[in-house]
Design a protein. Structure first.
Length: 121
């Protein structure tokens, strides 16, 4: 592709990528991926999951503020975990503060885990 178009700066390549892949089917695919992503503490690592959701929302809505992105992502965490994170981070914080609180809550309080019932004999 570089041979076809020659040497260009990074902004030109970014606009070309947006033109090629930012179509309706791509948007539909990204929206479905974001809507279907519910945090599971046994499967997902907080850091990678949070940043993956942030990248998806930033790609879909580039003009959305960081505070709104963080709030939309927190809604995908589930009731108890979302509430615990919001209680730890009272005012709008950076994404790092939310991730640190999320990791701390999962490892110490074990909120967000699913418990399996042990059958009684």
């Amino acid at each position: 592709m570089k041979q076809d178009h020659g040497k260009h700066d990074c902004s030109w390549w970014k606009s070309e990528a947006i033109t090629k892949w930012a179509n309706n089917s791509w948007r539909f695919k990204m929206e479905n991926a974001f809507e279907g992503a519910i945090f599971n503490s046994e499967k997902d690592k907080p850091l990678t999951w949070f940043f993956k959701q942030k990248d998806r929302l930033s790609a879909l809505h580039p003009d959305m503020s960081d505070t709104m992105i963080n709030m939309k992502i927190l809604r995908k965490c589930g009731g108890e975990l979302e509430h615990a994170i919001k209680c730890r981070c009272v005012e709008p914080h950076s994404i790092e503060d939310y991730i640190n609180a999320m990791e701390d809550i999962i490892t110490r309080a074990r909120i967000g885990e699913t418990w399996t019932k042990i059958p009684m004999e």
